[in-house]
Design a binder for this molecule. Sequence first.
Ligand SMILES: [Zn+2]
Ligand SMILES: [Zn+2]
Length: 270
Amino acid sequence: MKVFEKISQLGRGAFGSVLDLVFPRDCIYCESSRKGGGDFLCGLCQREICFLESPYCHCCGIPADISYDFPTENFECALCRKNTFSFDRARSLGPYDAALKKLIHHFKFNKQPGVMKDIAPFMADYFAGQEDSWEEFYVVPVPLFYRRMKARTFDQSFLIAREVARTLGLPLANGLLRRVRDTESQAQMKTKAERAKNIKGAFTVDRPDRTLGMDILLIDDVMTTGATVSEAAKMLKQAGAGQIHVFTLARALPYGNVIVGPSAQTDPVI
Ligand SMILES: [Zn+2]
Ligand SMILES: [Zn+2]
């Protein structure tokens, strides 16, 4: 069986769909034999992925039912009323949980960039349902530190950003932001304050001449407290950027100032 799996993995790509019929792989989430669905999730697990939808804080996108008992369409959460974030708004495709979390883990930590093929249709559906317009925006990924990029062999935010740019028909502006300082994995930081301190000074803007007046759709894989995307947005704003909207594939949901959601304890360091 192991040999068949190996052959199946090696052959994926050109002969992927044919090999799936001969050597079907298990769903990475429910581990049952994959029927239908994508390359990594079965059809049932794919259907479990849900989008984060309104009502949410119109600034940071945190779901309203977590923070507020009686949310209205345009409510602003307590953090945003205190101007906590440097970006103008943030949205995520879905909660960092269950099958979506498994896909992202597989993507990042098992080094499987092919997962983007399974994620791309969800992104297309998600953006088709959005009323926001990003005309004139540039898509900018939050960069990894080069040593981490070397260890992982690819930069997940760049791959997500490239897919967003393709989906929305927007230009991709890679290389505006640079990660100048390695940081401890944000997943190891349990509180919002720890995360903000850990990420401070981690980015510089390499091309302030290009950034001036630029509206930016800033892309990362997961948003937890928002410290990373906010720090990146702060540097871009200091370099003269216009509006900064954030999009992440997933949103880990904090409770109080301690992150008890699925992002906290289990993410590996890389
Ligand atoms: Zn499944
Ligand atoms: Zn908010």
